[in-house]
Design a protein around this ligand. Structure first.
Ligand code: AVI
Length: 310
Protein backbone atom coordinates (compact mmCIF):
# COMPACT_ATOMS: atom_id res chain seq x y z
CA UNK A 1 0.00 0.00 0.00
CA UNK A 2 1.32 3.49 -0.84
CA UNK A 3 2.40 5.45 2.25
CA UNK A 4 -0.26 8.11 1.47
CA UNK A 5 -3.04 5.52 1.46
CA UNK A 6 -1.76 4.04 4.69
CA UNK A 7 -1.65 7.52 6.26
CA UNK A 8 -5.23 8.22 5.12
CA UNK A 9 -6.42 4.84 6.39
CA UNK A 10 -4.78 5.27 9.82
CA UNK A 11 -6.06 8.84 10.19
CA UNK A 12 -9.57 7.68 9.34
CA UNK A 13 -9.37 4.74 11.76
CA UNK A 14 -8.07 6.90 14.62
CA UNK A 15 -10.44 9.83 14.20
CA UNK A 16 -13.60 7.82 13.46
CA UNK A 17 -13.28 5.39 16.37
CA UNK A 18 -15.83 5.59 19.20
CA UNK A 19 -14.46 6.96 22.49
CA UNK A 20 -10.95 8.44 22.61
CA UNK A 21 -9.80 9.72 19.21
CA UNK A 22 -6.18 8.87 18.38
CA UNK A 23 -3.50 9.56 15.78
CA UNK A 24 -0.32 7.44 15.41
CA UNK A 25 2.77 9.27 16.64
CA UNK A 26 4.95 7.89 13.86
CA UNK A 27 3.39 10.52 11.57
CA UNK A 28 4.96 13.33 13.61
CA UNK A 29 8.16 12.98 11.61
CA UNK A 30 7.74 14.74 8.27
CA UNK A 31 10.42 17.35 7.41
CA UNK A 32 8.86 19.99 9.70
CA UNK A 33 8.19 17.52 12.52
CA UNK A 34 11.74 16.11 12.35
CA UNK A 35 13.19 19.63 12.54
CA UNK A 36 10.94 20.43 15.52
CA UNK A 37 12.01 17.20 17.24
CA UNK A 38 15.70 18.09 16.74
CA UNK A 39 14.88 21.43 18.42
CA UNK A 40 13.14 19.65 21.31
CA UNK A 41 16.35 17.72 21.96
CA UNK A 42 18.13 21.07 22.53
CA UNK A 43 15.60 22.42 25.03
CA UNK A 44 16.90 22.79 28.59
CA UNK A 45 13.69 21.13 29.87
CA UNK A 46 14.14 18.01 27.70
CA UNK A 47 17.12 16.25 29.23
CA UNK A 48 16.48 12.84 27.68
CA UNK A 49 18.72 13.08 24.59
CA UNK A 50 21.65 14.61 26.45
CA UNK A 51 21.37 11.97 29.18
CA UNK A 52 21.37 9.23 26.52
CA UNK A 53 24.52 10.77 24.99
CA UNK A 54 26.21 11.00 28.40
CA UNK A 55 25.67 7.30 29.17
CA UNK A 56 27.03 6.33 25.77
CA UNK A 57 29.98 8.66 26.16
CA UNK A 58 30.81 7.26 29.58
CA UNK A 59 30.46 3.60 28.53
CA UNK A 60 31.35 3.42 24.83
CA UNK A 61 34.52 1.45 25.68
CA UNK A 62 32.56 -1.04 27.85
CA UNK A 63 30.06 -1.58 25.04
CA UNK A 64 32.87 -2.02 22.51
CA UNK A 65 34.58 -4.54 24.79
CA UNK A 66 31.37 -6.57 25.17
CA UNK A 67 30.95 -6.62 21.38
CA UNK A 68 34.56 -7.50 20.48
CA UNK A 69 35.26 -7.29 16.74
CA UNK A 70 31.65 -6.84 15.73
CA UNK A 71 31.73 -6.12 11.97
CA UNK A 72 28.14 -4.88 11.53
CA UNK A 73 26.21 -2.24 13.50
CA UNK A 74 22.58 -1.62 12.56
CA UNK A 75 20.76 1.42 13.97
CA UNK A 76 16.96 1.62 14.07
CA UNK A 77 16.23 5.31 13.43
CA UNK A 78 19.29 7.14 12.22
CA UNK A 79 18.96 10.31 14.32
CA UNK A 80 21.57 13.00 13.86
CA UNK A 81 24.44 10.55 14.31
CA UNK A 82 26.24 12.28 17.20
CA UNK A 83 25.65 9.55 19.83
CA UNK A 84 26.49 6.86 17.31
CA UNK A 85 29.74 8.61 16.43
CA UNK A 86 31.11 8.04 19.90
CA UNK A 87 30.16 4.36 19.80
CA UNK A 88 31.55 3.67 16.33
CA UNK A 89 34.82 5.30 17.33
CA UNK A 90 35.14 2.90 20.26
CA UNK A 91 34.05 -0.18 18.31
CA UNK A 92 36.48 0.38 15.44
CA UNK A 93 36.06 -0.34 11.73
CA UNK A 94 32.55 -1.59 10.96
CA UNK A 95 29.83 -1.55 8.38
CA UNK A 96 27.11 0.71 9.72
CA UNK A 97 23.50 0.41 8.47
CA UNK A 98 21.23 3.23 9.65
CA UNK A 99 17.55 2.47 8.99
CA UNK A 100 14.99 5.23 8.67
CA UNK A 101 11.86 6.10 6.71
CA UNK A 102 13.31 9.54 6.00
CA UNK A 103 15.78 9.74 3.08
CA UNK A 104 16.90 13.16 4.33
CA UNK A 105 17.72 11.85 7.83
CA UNK A 106 19.68 8.98 6.26
CA UNK A 107 21.74 11.18 4.01
CA UNK A 108 22.61 13.59 6.87
CA UNK A 109 23.58 10.65 9.05
CA UNK A 110 25.68 9.06 6.28
CA UNK A 111 27.51 12.35 5.70
CA UNK A 112 28.33 12.75 9.36
CA UNK A 113 29.64 9.21 9.90
CA UNK A 114 31.29 8.12 6.66
CA UNK A 115 34.77 8.98 7.97
CA UNK A 116 34.34 6.31 10.67
CA UNK A 117 32.48 3.44 9.02
CA UNK A 118 31.36 2.05 5.72
CA UNK A 119 27.82 3.49 5.81
CA UNK A 120 25.06 1.54 4.05
CA UNK A 121 21.78 3.40 4.66
CA UNK A 122 18.52 1.50 4.35
CA UNK A 123 15.30 3.43 3.71
CA UNK A 124 12.30 1.67 5.17
CA UNK A 125 10.62 0.40 8.32
CA UNK A 126 12.80 -0.81 11.20
CA UNK A 127 12.10 -4.53 10.96
CA UNK A 128 12.17 -4.72 7.15
CA UNK A 129 15.42 -2.77 7.19
CA UNK A 130 16.93 -5.01 9.86
CA UNK A 131 15.99 -8.08 7.80
CA UNK A 132 17.75 -6.58 4.77
CA UNK A 133 20.85 -5.65 6.77
CA UNK A 134 21.06 -9.05 8.49
CA UNK A 135 20.85 -10.85 5.15
CA UNK A 136 24.27 -9.45 4.23
CA UNK A 137 25.98 -10.20 7.53
CA UNK A 138 29.32 -11.99 7.88
CA UNK A 139 28.63 -15.63 8.81
CA UNK A 140 29.98 -16.57 12.23
CA UNK A 141 30.33 -12.94 13.42
CA UNK A 142 27.93 -11.14 15.76
CA UNK A 143 25.96 -8.06 14.95
CA UNK A 144 24.93 -5.17 17.17
CA UNK A 145 21.58 -3.41 16.85
CA UNK A 146 21.17 0.09 18.32
CA UNK A 147 17.75 1.35 19.39
CA UNK A 148 18.55 4.53 21.28
CA UNK A 149 16.73 7.62 22.54
CA UNK A 150 13.92 5.71 24.31
CA UNK A 151 11.88 5.37 21.13
CA UNK A 152 10.74 2.03 22.59
CA UNK A 153 8.80 4.19 25.10
CA UNK A 154 6.53 5.41 22.30
CA UNK A 155 5.17 1.88 21.81
CA UNK A 156 2.26 0.56 23.90
CA UNK A 157 3.55 -2.17 26.29
CA UNK A 158 2.34 -5.16 24.25
CA UNK A 159 3.60 -3.61 21.05
CA UNK A 160 7.01 -2.98 22.69
CA UNK A 161 7.31 -6.67 23.64
CA UNK A 162 6.26 -7.72 20.16
CA UNK A 163 8.70 -5.31 18.61
CA UNK A 164 11.63 -6.66 20.66
CA UNK A 165 10.58 -10.16 19.69
CA UNK A 166 10.46 -9.01 16.05
CA UNK A 167 14.06 -7.78 16.37
CA UNK A 168 15.10 -11.04 18.04
CA UNK A 169 13.60 -13.02 15.14
CA UNK A 170 16.09 -11.39 12.77
CA UNK A 171 19.09 -12.12 15.04
CA UNK A 172 21.23 -15.12 15.90
CA UNK A 173 22.18 -16.16 19.45
CA UNK A 174 25.10 -14.01 20.56
CA UNK A 175 23.96 -10.93 18.64
CA UNK A 176 23.10 -7.93 20.80
CA UNK A 177 20.71 -5.02 21.12
CA UNK A 178 21.69 -1.77 22.84
CA UNK A 179 18.41 -0.34 24.11
CA UNK A 180 18.05 3.22 25.44
CA UNK A 181 15.21 3.85 27.90
CA UNK A 182 14.08 6.91 29.81
CA UNK A 183 13.55 6.08 33.49
CA UNK A 184 10.62 6.92 35.79
CA UNK A 185 11.22 10.32 37.39
CA UNK A 186 9.31 13.02 39.30
CA UNK A 187 6.32 14.51 37.48
CA UNK A 188 7.70 18.00 38.14
CA UNK A 189 10.72 17.09 36.02
CA UNK A 190 8.77 15.30 33.29
CA UNK A 191 5.94 17.70 32.56
CA UNK A 192 8.04 20.69 31.44
CA UNK A 193 9.99 18.31 29.17
CA UNK A 194 6.75 17.66 27.27
CA UNK A 195 5.17 21.10 27.72
CA UNK A 196 8.06 23.50 27.40
CA UNK A 197 7.49 27.23 27.93
CA UNK A 198 8.82 28.13 24.46
CA UNK A 199 6.06 26.05 22.85
CA UNK A 200 8.28 23.86 20.66
CA UNK A 201 6.61 20.64 21.83
CA UNK A 202 3.20 22.22 21.28
CA UNK A 203 4.23 23.06 17.70
CA UNK A 204 5.57 19.50 17.23
CA UNK A 205 2.21 18.13 18.40
CA UNK A 206 0.08 20.50 16.29
CA UNK A 207 2.22 19.83 13.23
CA UNK A 208 0.50 16.44 13.02
CA UNK A 209 -2.73 18.28 12.14
CA UNK A 210 -0.79 20.57 9.78
CA UNK A 211 0.59 17.47 8.06
CA UNK A 212 -2.94 16.09 7.64
CA UNK A 213 -3.92 19.42 6.09
CA UNK A 214 -0.94 19.37 3.71
CA UNK A 215 -0.98 15.74 2.69
CA UNK A 216 -4.61 14.68 3.05
CA UNK A 217 -6.45 17.89 2.16
CA UNK A 218 -7.61 18.52 5.73
CA UNK A 219 -8.93 21.84 7.00
CA UNK A 220 -7.90 21.68 10.67
CA UNK A 221 -7.60 25.19 12.16
CA UNK A 222 -4.48 24.67 14.30
CA UNK A 223 -5.33 27.68 16.48
CA UNK A 224 -8.44 25.88 17.67
CA UNK A 225 -6.41 23.06 19.24
CA UNK A 226 -4.46 23.25 22.44
CA UNK A 227 -1.42 21.10 23.29
CA UNK A 228 -1.89 19.01 26.44
CA UNK A 229 0.75 16.90 28.21
CA UNK A 230 -0.26 14.89 31.28
CA UNK A 231 1.33 12.14 33.33
CA UNK A 232 -0.50 8.88 33.93
CA UNK A 233 1.08 7.52 37.13
CA UNK A 234 -0.33 3.99 36.77
CA UNK A 235 0.63 3.67 33.09
CA UNK A 236 4.02 5.35 33.86
CA UNK A 237 3.62 7.50 30.80
CA UNK A 238 3.33 11.01 29.53
CA UNK A 239 0.32 11.31 27.25
CA UNK A 240 0.23 14.04 24.62
CA UNK A 241 -3.16 15.19 23.38
CA UNK A 242 -4.64 17.94 21.22
CA UNK A 243 -7.70 19.47 22.88
CA UNK A 244 -10.44 21.05 20.78
CA UNK A 245 -11.13 24.64 21.89
CA UNK A 246 -14.80 24.48 20.87
CA UNK A 247 -17.23 22.36 18.92
CA UNK A 248 -15.99 21.93 15.36
CA UNK A 249 -16.39 19.88 12.18
CA UNK A 250 -13.24 19.27 10.19
CA UNK A 251 -13.09 17.95 6.66
CA UNK A 252 -10.24 15.59 5.72
CA UNK A 253 -10.86 15.23 2.02
CA UNK A 254 -8.39 12.51 1.06
CA UNK A 255 -9.38 10.40 4.08
CA UNK A 256 -13.00 10.76 2.95
CA UNK A 257 -14.27 11.95 6.34
CA UNK A 258 -15.65 14.74 8.46
CA UNK A 259 -14.29 14.79 12.03
CA UNK A 260 -16.73 16.09 14.66
CA UNK A 261 -15.09 17.37 17.84
CA UNK A 262 -16.90 18.53 20.97
CA UNK A 263 -15.51 21.40 23.03
CA UNK A 264 -12.81 19.98 25.33
CA UNK A 265 -12.60 16.65 23.50
CA UNK A 266 -9.03 15.47 22.81
CA UNK A 267 -7.09 13.53 20.20
CA UNK A 268 -4.46 11.30 21.86
CA UNK A 269 -1.34 11.73 19.73
CA UNK A 270 1.51 10.09 21.68
CA UNK A 271 2.42 8.05 24.76
CA UNK A 272 5.95 8.30 26.17
CA UNK A 273 6.46 5.43 28.63
CA UNK A 274 9.02 5.67 31.40
CA UNK A 275 10.69 2.54 32.79
CA UNK A 276 12.06 1.01 35.98
CA UNK A 277 15.25 -1.04 35.56
CA UNK A 278 13.50 -4.31 36.44
CA UNK A 279 10.81 -3.65 33.79
CA UNK A 280 13.50 -3.41 31.13
CA UNK A 281 14.67 -6.89 32.17
CA UNK A 282 11.12 -8.26 31.97
CA UNK A 283 10.61 -6.73 28.54
CA UNK A 284 13.97 -8.09 27.34
CA UNK A 285 13.24 -11.63 28.53
CA UNK A 286 9.77 -11.57 26.94
CA UNK A 287 11.50 -10.66 23.68
CA UNK A 288 14.10 -13.47 23.81
CA UNK A 289 17.06 -11.55 25.23
CA UNK A 290 19.00 -11.59 28.49
CA UNK A 291 20.31 -8.43 30.14
CA UNK A 292 24.09 -8.56 29.94
CA UNK A 293 24.80 -5.08 31.29
CA UNK A 294 22.99 -1.90 32.27
CA UNK A 295 24.48 1.57 32.60
CA UNK A 296 22.54 4.46 34.04
CA UNK A 297 22.76 8.23 34.12
CA UNK A 298 21.39 9.52 37.39
CA UNK A 299 21.13 13.30 36.88
CA UNK A 300 18.26 13.03 34.41
CA UNK A 301 17.46 9.33 34.80
CA UNK A 302 18.26 7.26 31.72
CA UNK A 303 19.50 3.70 31.09
CA UNK A 304 21.33 1.90 28.31
CA UNK A 305 20.87 -1.87 28.44
CA UNK A 306 23.00 -4.32 26.50
CA UNK A 307 20.67 -7.20 25.69
CA UNK A 308 22.11 -10.45 24.36
CA UNK A 309 20.03 -12.66 22.06
CA UNK A 310 19.65 -16.10 23.66
C1 AVI B 1 11.19 10.04 20.12
N1 AVI B 1 10.70 9.95 21.49
C2 AVI B 1 11.58 9.14 22.31
C3 AVI B 1 10.35 11.23 22.11
C4 AVI B 1 9.86 11.00 23.58
O1 AVI B 1 10.35 11.69 24.46
O2 AVI B 1 9.04 10.10 23.80
C5 AVI B 1 9.27 11.95 21.32
C6 AVI B 1 8.83 13.26 21.93
N2 AVI B 1 7.60 13.62 22.06
C7 AVI B 1 7.54 14.81 22.61
N3 AVI B 1 8.75 15.18 22.90
C8 AVI B 1 9.59 14.24 22.47
Amino acid sequence: MALDDEFAREVRAGLARPGQKTLPCRYFYDAVGSALFETITLLPEYGLTRADARVIDAHAEDIAEAMQDVPLVVELGSGSGSKTRRLLKAIGPVTYCPIDVSALALSLCAQSLDDLAEVRPIEGSYLDGLRTAARNRTPGRNLLVLFLGSTIGNFESDAANEFLYGIRTELWPGDALLLGTDLVKPVAQLLPAYDDPTGVTAAFNRNLLARINRELGGDFDLRRFEHVARYDVVGQRIEMHLRSLGGQCVNVRRAGMVVRMKAGETIHTESCHKFRLEQIGDMARAGGFRVEAQWTEDDWGFAESLLRAV
